[in-house]
Design a protein around this ligand. Sequence first.
Ligand code: HEC
Ligand code: HEC
Ligand code: HEC
Ligand code: HEC
Length: 428
Amino acid sequence: MDTNRKLKGMIAAAAVILCFALLGGALTGGDVMYHLKNRGDLGPLSRDDIEYLEAEAPPATSNDGTVNAADWAQVYPEIAFTMGENSKNDYVIDYLEQDPYLKNIYEGYGFAVDYGSARGHEYCLEDVEKTARPHPYANCLTCKTPNFAKLVNDIGVGAYTMDFYEVLAMMEEDVSCYTCHGNEAGERGKLVVTHSYVIKALGDNMDDIDPSVLSCGQCHIEYYFTPADKETMMPYHDVASMSPDAILAYYDEMGFYDWICASTGVRMLKAQHPETETFLAGKHAGLLNCADCHMEMVQEEDGTVYHSHYISSPLDSETLLSNCAVCHGDTDMVATVRRIQERITARETEVGTKLSDFKDALAAAVAEGKMSEEKLEAVRKIYREAQWYFDFCYVENSEGAHNTELATYCLDKSEELINEGMKLLNEQ
Ligand code: HEC
Ligand code: HEC
Ligand code: HEC
Ligand code: HEC
């Protein structure tokens, strides 16, 4: 077999040592014990440690010129195979059943009808087709398939308002090679931003973000649809403006809302899945990227080293957990993370339930019609903000693992706003 199709792994003898911090023994911070060593100790985790062999892109067999996973399988069989394994992640939690208060706070919006947890990338198209949430336009396909990204790149923003089903019929693959590499995977696994709105929103500030964070950050982000073109767009222009406070200010300034809640009259915001924003504001930003924790490095017997493209929870992988140990020492990371998640989930239930009660109280005040419109508007503004902060944490899929402080901040802030709003309602 020609060596050209192999990525020869080589732990460079003189690996570039990335010194993030050199602290001696173990330190304690929150519930976490860690000792920082340099990243060079993380085994063959970094691009700098691998000698990548170049490969020419095979001819595209798709209709739109994207080189698909089956094409690339001739060159990188291991990568195409492991990407296919994402179908193993097929478990879904019905959030509406788990947290019944959601139906109330999402009243009038698609998420009150159908809201389940994410599954593996191989289910993107199947799940977007079968969701009971409405899909008026093709823009719902933005984060599901490389073929839609290619369509936007070919014909421009008009693609977003095309008919959903018409475009769905043209889609050939779930998230795949073109999504993260363009047709340039053969150029040493080069990562290419193919989602044009990322480039529009961030411009040169993209350079501040590690490319492999940015590759996931094409979709695992907060976004909105522009009122004029229904184009998918991110509500910021740089990393500093990715906080829930800054994003709220951005939406406020443009007078944006996702829907108006009928019973309260609140111009509501729906947060999406701000994993990237949450990670970038967290303690691992600059130290690790998404692949370090979600994609194992695999070494075959013949020395071939590659990133498994099966995306897993680090808690389910001995290999990924052994990376944690480099900085966290012999702390039981599964127990540490589960403890954080339990605490955050319990707070979500507590604050979500209070939010739902606040909504009922506001709806009752509106129905009663005794409160001045001015005062109602003040409470509506508070409600909009309270739900925004709650949602920013609730819909982030790590349940506090990516950034415990931010999750806690959002829930505390939401609760503060709920208390303030309830006080106004009770005053009259
Ligand atoms: C390159 C070093 C490094 C590696 C590798 C690393 N961490 Fe961390 N981690 C840190 C630092 C630094 C902190 C901040 C600790 C503090 O504030 O006391 C941290 C904090 C955390 C926290 C607390 C989060 C928060 O927002 O307070 C969790 C949870 C965590 N790490 C999980 C993991 C898991 C799981 C892995 C492996 C999959 C991992 N870490 C790998 C350096 C690392
Ligand atoms: C083109 C958009 C897109 C990109 C890019 C993307 N994802 Fe996803 N991801 C999704 C969607 C959509 C889902 C939910 C699929 C479903 O439930 O049908 C998902 C689901 C997931 C899940 C949940 C899997 C499970 O079983 O619960 C993880 C973890 C994940 N992605 C991590 C990543 C990482 C890490 C990257 C970068 C290496 C990445 N994603 C890049 C769109 C994307
Ligand atoms: C320090 C390691 C670490 C880094 C870096 C990291 N994650 Fe995670 N991620 C976790 C942990 C731990 C969980 C919780 C897993 C669990 O509950 O089993 C998680 C959960 C997730 C989930 C939810 C998975 C599910 O089953 O629904 C998604 C999606 C996700 N991460 C995406 C990302 C993206 C995108 C990035 C980069 C922007 C990233 N992660 C960076 C450790 C990490
Ligand atoms: C969701 C995003 C995503 C998808 C889809 C994806 N890759 Fe990757 N790929 C990555 C990331 C992230 C890396 C690691 C880059 C780094 O070193 O930081 C990577 C690395 C690579 C590398 C360099 C060698 C290695 O393993 O580190 C090759 C080659 C590659 N991918 C090919 C492919 C092919 C072929 C497909 C389709 C079968 C594919 N990728 C699909 C994100 C993706």
